[in-house]
Design a protein around this ligand. Structure first.
Ligand SMILES: Nc1ncnc2c1ncn2[C@@H]1O[C@H](COP(=O)(O)OP(=O)(O)OP(=O)(O)O)[C@@H](O)[C@H]1O
Length: 226
């Protein structure tokens, strides 16, 4: 589903963040991305959704070549990827409900479909009672649940989450993981960047996972283990 072939990346003329990365992230798998702070995890995730393009090498995501992808191809590709951002990225003046429904609104889905899907997903993440609150009124854990609901709306094939448990307590982290696991059981691919090794251990107890580790610009696959 995502293929890196000799990918190098640097921001502008800066230092090399990724060098000679060659790996495949398979469709429908459960993947973690780990590594020290500043190693390039968020950068790697941006490449996966073509928010950045490689400085050298080949990158192919859902069959789309980074070197050839125009704006329409990238937009189509992004519809297949649901993103949980580290910093939430909610629109402050919209309710949780409207924030969750927003990706469908941007795509021009009919109001009825937007409302039905948003209501279902908000219930699913356990925020039914908070649907009409503003983002500023939610706790860190509630915001992450809302971010997950927004990532899943529109039925993407892959969910990418950048440090989804960075600002939440252990109980919420476990609940978020179980929601991601449920998505995985329904055939979605999951890719999570995290420092949270307890989260990786908890996932491993449930399903085979692939752990990718970024260090000194290299990405090493640590294998699929239970
Ligand atoms: N837009 C940018 N322009 C220039 N340098 C950047 C940019 N974004 C990130 N960097 C640099 O690239 C390196 C990798 O950053 P990145 O955010 O990908 O790391 P990370 O592993 O996600 O870190 P953390 O775990 O702290 O979130 C860092 O040195 C960072 O300062």
């Amino acid at each position: 589903m995502i293929e890196f072939d000799g990918v190098e990346f640097r921001y502008g003329g800066g230092r090399e963040i990724l060098r000679e990365v060659s790996l495949t992230i398979e469709a429908g798998g459960f993947h973690f991305l780990t590594g020290p702070s500043g190693a390039g995890k968020s950068t790697f995730l941006r490449l996966c959704r073509m928010a950045l393009r490689p400085s050298a090498g080949r990158l192919r995501v859902f069959g789309v070549e980074a070197a050839e992808a125009d704006a329409d191809a990238v937009a189509a590709l992004r519809r297949r990827i649901g993103m949980v951002f580290q910093d939430g990225r909610f629109l402050d003046h919209l309710s949780v409900f409207d924030n969750v429904a927003l990706p469908l609104r941007i795509r021009g889905a009919p109001a009825r479909e937007r409302r039905a899907q948003a209501a279902e997903l908000i219930e699913w993440v356990g925020l039914g009672a908070r649907a009409h609150a503003l983002p500023a009124e939610l706790s860190g854990g509630e915001l992450q649940r809302a971010a997950l609901a927004r990532a899943v709306i529109g039925a993407p094939d892959l969910i990418i989450a950048d440090e989804p448990t960075g600002n939440v307590d252990r109980e919420t982290a476990v609940e978020l993981l179980s929601l991601l696991m449920a998505l995985h059981r329904h055939g979605k691919g999951v890719l999570i960047a995290t420092h949270d090794h307890e989260l990786i251990r908890a996932a491993r107890r449930e399903t085979p996972v692939q752990v990718l580790r970024i260090e000194d610009g290299c990405v090493l696959a640590q294998g699929r283990r239970r």
